[in-house]
Design a protein around this ligand. Structure first.
Ligand SMILES: Cc1cc2nc3c(=O)[nH]c(=O)nc-3n(C[C@H](O)[C@H](O)[C@H](O)COP(=O)(O)OP(=O)(O)OC[C@H]3O[C@@H](n4cnc5c(N)ncnc54)[C@H](O)[C@@H]3O)c2cc1C
Length: 509
């Protein structure tokens, strides 16, 4: 790597030091012959609350959260939703809720269907997950911790209730049988969060001479020459910088990776025109296919006895299931989560901690698809984020089913020792009343993805190798490329995408 303060030359530049980017910087710099430059808009993490698992909700809105706002959502009572995203080395793994779930094999079969490439199948990804995960039988860098005695007594009762209704008691969520109930596996070691940066960018890795990490440095625009990106213009702590690289890997996340492409003139012609950006490559798929999971936060129960605070991260167990049948097997359709706290959306008043708990409810494979656009050519121009929440009847029907499942669990005999009464929603009559309650209750589950989806069809943005289709030296490796959501939280899938990409790059070495 060569360079003066404002210009650098490198073999590979990774834009964004978040979950995918941190892993990739470590993996690609294993070869000392390859120079790797990682640029990250944020700084190194320093807020001590990052490492306190129970503090994770309080991290939102702090200086290392991009704190995006969605457009008002017709499907969620006209609300604007805050979308947290990490602006820090480690990215959103510094803010996330630490739940680790690979997903269901059929989730990945859908990726094979989208790409025509068996590398994205569950079976092909098994060794990839194995290389990521640190468990008693696997020595990957990311600890996968199965809590036992720390699990709340409420969560234990929730799990037993699920079993009494017919759900299988799973050992964990990660062996392919997601339908069932179990405590959540967590990225925690010795009671502390482990970020992706800590797991992969260890002091030994950071000491490599061929790896350079620039914090406080934001890519503004890619400059192209024919079908190659020949430099990146950015802004660093000392002002403008320029980076010349053989290979560019975008790891800026599902919002900023498409935004960077659009600011560079690559995107849907109409969107670029409205944002006063000259369209150099018209790609209608960029910024489309935005997906997110929602969780209903409003099915609330008053306790009969004081509820001890969660010793983990509040949402201790997720029960995945088919809609309408606790005993059916297959790919999950809905989820009910045990919130060891009165977790509610901003439409409801939360009772005092210790006096109430929430049964969260959600849909695993929503069919609503939103979009992301830039509003102007500059870094400061806001992103126009429209997740189009609850726009399909599929999603609304599944949400009704998820609420019903949550209330069936909530009112079951096995939970009587904890339940005094249901505080919300209370009696609901018509379908319209149920939908109105759900629209007020849903909050983001923090899984935006899909905005630069991989696929074999004409509108897909990256190919199965994650290469931006019209360019030779630009790959996208982050949550943007996910064609369709996995059933659960998506961090494991994002790490698998990064590790799988690293394997492809390093396989000939
Ligand atoms: C509050 C919250 C809770 C969550 N809970 C869970 C959970 O429990 N389990 C789970 O599986 N998933 C969870 N997730 C989701 C998961 O954390 C994300 O899907 C994942 O971290 C995304 O990884 P990424 O690499 O795509 O993006 P990120 O990790 O967001 O990384 C993108 C990085 O790029 C940087 N960047 C952006 N633009 C530029 C630019 N132009 N130049 C330079 N750098 C740039 C950003 O600052 C950031 O560091 C949660 C997320 C949040 C926010």
């Amino acid at each position: 790597m060569t360079g003066v303060a404002d210009q650098m030359t490198t073999d590979v530049v990774i834009v964004g030091g978040g979950s995918a980017g941190s892993l990739l910087a470590a993996r690609l710099s294993e070869n000392p012959a390859r120079s790797v430059l990682l640029i990250e808009a944020g700084e190194e993490p320093s807020d001590p609350d990052i490492w306190t698992p129970a503090a994770w909700p309080a991290l939102q809105g702090r200086a290392f959260d991009w704190d995006y706002l969605t457009e008002p959502q017709a499907g969620t009572h006209g609300r604007v939703h805050h979308w947290a995203r990490g602006k820090v080395i480690g990215g959103s793994s510094c803010l996330h809720a630490m739940g680790y779930m690979r997903g269901h094999p059929e989730d990945y079969q859908a990726w094979v269907g989208a790409t025509g490439d068996a590398r994205w199948s569950w079976e092909a990804l098994l060794p990839v997950f194995g290389a990521i995960e640190g468990r008693p039988d696997s020595s990957g860098p990311m600890p996968i911790y199965m809590p036992d005695e720390e699990v709340s007594p409420l969560t234990r009762a929730f799990i037993e209730t699920g079993v009494s209704l017919g759900l299988p008691r799973l050992p964990h969520h990660n062996d392919g049988r997601m339908v069932g109930v179990t405590p959540n596996a967590l990225n925690i070691r010795d009671g502390r969060r482990v970020t992706v940066a800590e797991a992969w960018l260890t002091p030994e890795v950071r000491a490599r001479k061929n790896l350079c990490i620039l914090t406080g440095t934001r890519a503004r625009r890619l400059v192209m020459d024919g079908n190659r990106v020949n430099r990146i213009e950015g802004v660093g702590p000392q002002g403008p910088i320029e980076i010349v690289a053989d290979q560019i890997v975008l790891c800026a996340g599902a919002l900023e990776s498409p935004a960077l492409l659009m600011r560079s003139g690559i995107g849907p012609r109409d969107v670029l025109k409205a944002a006063s950006v000259d369209c150099l490559i018209d790609m209608p798929g960029i910024g489309r296919n935005l997906q997110d999971h929602l969780l209903g936060a409003g099915n609330l129960y008053a306790t009969r006895k004081p509820l001890p605070a969660s010793r983990l991260q509040h949402s201790e167990s997720m029960a995945y299931m088919r809609a309408g049948d606790f005993t059916a097997a297959g790919q999950p359709e809905i989820v009910v989560g045990c919130g060891v706290a009165p977790i509610v959306s901003e439409c409801f008043d939360a009772p005092e901690p210790g006096t109430a708990y929430s049964l969260l409810f959600g849909v695993t494979h929503p069919t609503s698809r939103g979009s992301l656009r830039i509003s102007g050519p500059n870094l400061g121009d806001r992103l126009i984020i429209d997740p189009a929440y609850l726009q399909t009847e599929h999603d609304r029907a599944m949400f009704r089913s998820a609420l019903e499942a949550a209330r069936t669990i909530g009112h079951a005999d096995r939970l009587a020792e904890w339940r005094d009464r249901e505080l919300a929603p209370g009696p609901l009559g018509s379908k319209a009343e149920i939908d109105a309650f759900i629209a007020k209750a849903v909050i983001t589950h923090h899984h935006p993805s899909g905005t630069l989806r991989m696929g074999k069809d004409d509108h897909a943005v990256v190919d199965p190798d994650l290469r931006l289709k019209p360019l030779d030296n630009l790959h996208v490796v982050d949550a943007s490329v996910i064609p369709s959501l996995t059933a659960g939280p998506i961090h494991a899938a994002v790490l698998a995408i990064a590790e799988s990409f690293a394997r492809t790059v390093t396989s000939d070495e």
